[in-house]
Write a protein that binds this ligand. Structure first.
Ligand code: SIN
Length: 533
């Protein structure tokens, strides 16, 4: 076990983590870690793009309005306003750091997505926007001497004392080695938890670890019931739920059922470009109620070269699975895509733990409310990574009392029985993970009710009991522990929220009820709050 010291630690290396690291490297030595390789993050998978009000037909006011409407009366207006007002600067900063957005002639090319009133989505290399951003920022990180980037490092728990963060325990994925990294403060930017669900557009790493770590350290977490299901992911046997960008619908693609009916006409006047929650529920209804086996997306009527150039990633990926989208319908299904809730943080990304900042999908700044507007997530990451890093820097300048943390570390190592930590794979834990993902998909998905949620809670508790019987602890074990914790919180929140709002739909409470406008905060061991036991 080794102990290292840095000025700043950033956990998670998507757009938020990379941008924060670049910013903080001007102020001190930065450690940036990611659980997998750098391309294993949601940023890499983002296709549609990044929304910002830059066209002459658009305005900050209109973008704010669309965001609030999509959020279903649940956003923090002040934070939304801040995010959108700062969008243009954040985009300029990305361009400065090497991101090449696509142009139509002299002008930036702007796509359209669901619930946007106008075209405002910048994209890069067609539908490779997230990848382009990730590669440009990562290139900058690699060439910045003040940043140490370590991949395949699993953040196990935060080191805290007297409500202040001092560092993080990590496990090396290759050899199971436990190390300690200390710093003046931490930015949590670990992304979401799509992988709690069997069907997800997210990569495997998205098990919500950062949220679980923050929770165990005493941070508040809230709005966890708001899980966004993306309406269109690939539905082909033996293929992952690969994202089929909403931008394709923005270019005219239509949704069809098995009798070739453009069924969205029954659900919303905006048809395929209705809010994401509406489109996902409509597809769900078509599948469940009308017993449709397949729902299709069709873009094949557009020019072949246009499709190939505008959506190279979707085109090539589908082709890999034997589907030519320039000629055929795409079989699609909704899949867990984005978490609106997370670690409660204020407009400065500050949590209730001193020195701990949260930013991006793992954080809840209430800028997405109950349902995120398409392509506002990269925007959030780009805007608030600057804020989080500026704030952490400011915090690091304050004089603080010295604390002896050796006692805390000793106690923790005993508690987790660290000599018994292993790095091998155990089939049993992998099977339990699969079972959890199936339960969440089946009972805590697009449409929920009390019976299903209670049932899911019991089944997840059973998985927890089984996990506790396992002696050998490896990364899968700790990941599953985090998945169980978050699943239980999601279920509890979904049970408490006896209404339907945004992405949270209760068939037993199908209407919105403003009694629930304040949401539910979860915190460990605090009698005054809603506590998960
Ligand atoms: C997409 O391209 O459809 C995803 C965009 C997003 O989730 O914002």
């Amino acid at each position: 076990m080794n102990k290292y010291y840095y000025d700043y630690i950033i956990i998670g290396a998507g757009i938020t983590g990379l941008n924060s690291a670049i910013n903080l490297s001007k102020k001190g030595r930065v450690l940036l870690i990611s659980k997998g390789d750098n391309n294993e993050c949601n940023t890499e998978h983002a296709q549609g793009g990044i929304a910002a009000p830059i066209s002459t037909e658009d305005s900050v006011k209109l973008h704010i309005k669309d965001t609030l409407d999509a959020g279903d009366d649940y956003c923090n207006e002040e934070n939304v306003k801040f995010m959108i007002e700062n969008g243009k600067n954040a985009i300029e900063n990305l361009i400065y750091n090497g991101v090449n957005f696509d142009f139509d002639g002299e002008k930036l090319s702007l796509g359209k997505e669901g619930a946007h009133s106008v075209n405002r989505v910048l994209h890069s290399n067609g539908d490779n926007t997230g990848k382009s951003i990730r590669l440009s920022l990562f290139n900058k990180v690699k060439n910045t001497s003040n940043i140490d980037y370590k991949s395949n490092l699993f953040a196990l728990d935060l080191i805290t004392k007297n409500n202040r963060v001092f560092g993080v325990y990590t496990l090396d994925k290759k050899n199971g080695e436990l190390d300690i990294y200390l710093s003046k403060g931490i930015i949590m930017s670990t992304g979401g938890c799509g992988n709690l669900y069997k069907n997800t557009s997210n990569p495997e790493v998205t098990t919500g670890d950062g949220i679980a770590l923050a929770y165990r350290a005493g941070a508040y977490i809230d709005d966890m019931e708001f899980i966004q299901f993306h309406p269109t992911t690939l539905n082909i046997e033996n293929a992952p739920n690969f994202l089929i960008s909403e931008a394709i619908r923005g270019e005219g693609a239509v949704l069809l059922n098995e009798i070739n009916e453009r069924f969205m006409v029954k659900y919303d006047k905006k048809m395929e470009l209705a809010k994401r929650d509406i489109v996902s529920r409509a597809i769900y209804e078509e599948i469940k109620k009308s017993k449709q086996k397949n729902i299709y997306l069709d873009i094949s009527f557009r020019d072949k070269n246009f499709i190939k150039n505008r959506f190279p990633r979707v085109y090539n990926t589908c082709l890999k699975y034997g589907l030519d989208i320039t000629k055929e319908y795409i079989s699609i299904t909704p899949a867990a895509h984005y978490l609106m809730g997370g670690i409660s943080a204020d407009i400065n990304c500050k949590t209730n733990i001193d020195g701990l900042y949260a930013c991006g999908e793992c954080a809840n700044l209430k800028v997405h409310g109950a349902n995120r507007l398409a392509s506002n997530s990269l925007l959030e990451g780009a805007v608030f990574s600057k804020i989080a890093s500026d704030e952490l820097y400011r915090y690091s300048l304050e004089t603080k009392e010295n604390e002896d943390i050796d006692d805390i570390i000793k106690k923790y190592l005993l508690e987790i029985d660290y000599k018994n930590i292993d790095y091998k794979k155990y089939k049993r834990v992998v099977k339990l993970k699969t079972a959890l993902r199936e339960i969440m998909q089946d009972k805590v998905g697009i449409i929920r009710d009390k019976i299903g949620l209670n049932n899911a809670f019991i089944l997840i508790c059973n998985i927890q009991k089984e996990l506790e019987l396992i002696n050998k602890k490896n990364i899968d074990y700790f990941e599953l522990k985090n998945m169980i914790l978050l699943s239980k919180i999601i279920i509890k929140s979904a049970l408490y929220r006896k209404e339907s709002r945004g992405a949270h739909y209760r068939s037993d409470y199908p209407r919105k009820n403003d009694k629930f406008k304040n949401g539910f905060k979860f915190k460990i061991d605090d009698e005054k709050k809603v506590v998960l036991n």
